[in-house]
Design a protein around this ligand. Sequence first.
Ligand code: ZN
Length: 227
Amino acid sequence: MHRTFISCFVLLIGFAMTTANAQSAHQPFGHIQTVKPYVALTFDDGPDDKNVIKLLELFKQEGVKATFYVLGKNVKKFPQITKRMAAEGHEVGNHSNTHANLPKCESVEKVREEIVTNQTIITDTIGITPVTFRAPYLAHDEKVWTILDELKLPSINASKYTSDWDKNKDAAYILEKATENIKAGDVILMHSWRDETLQVMPEMIKRIKAAGLEMVTVKTLLESAKK
Ligand SMILES: [Zn+2]
């Protein structure tokens, strides 16, 4: 009786640990623990030939590095702009080929196609293979994790959600959500197509600098993470 109880207990602990490990291995990054005064500005869904160019000009003036989570279909439309992102020291990350809702894809092969096709398009365009991924709609399932594990790609969500995809959120809201209580290790999620995001970017950069923080790529932020 006693032995049975102990075996069950050991089994239970074993199960709990396995579950915990499985979860920790399959979590997108949010806030990234770092000893450096780094934060990451991230922009999804590009490139385009309008706002992205203005962002690149501003970042050059301000000495800011950012991460662009681009779509393969847009990289094909604007290869020169994608090259410029990389040439100016920004990170070009993978945001899938067509912005599919990956958990809704019917097979792991479809998910592989979305993610691998974009890895290939970006690599062929800029000569650098992306080292981070952001899931469209931040939607993950086992199929997505299977492919990300194969490619050894960490998935990056965020710790600051501006909701700038929502037309009902105005410029002041976006600025406030991005910068309130900002601290080292924060990852700010934005969209390069949103005009109000571009509009508040000079003030956002000013506030982040005033907080003593430096804007770096997600890759740099991850490399500085506490081990
Ligand atoms: Zn997106």
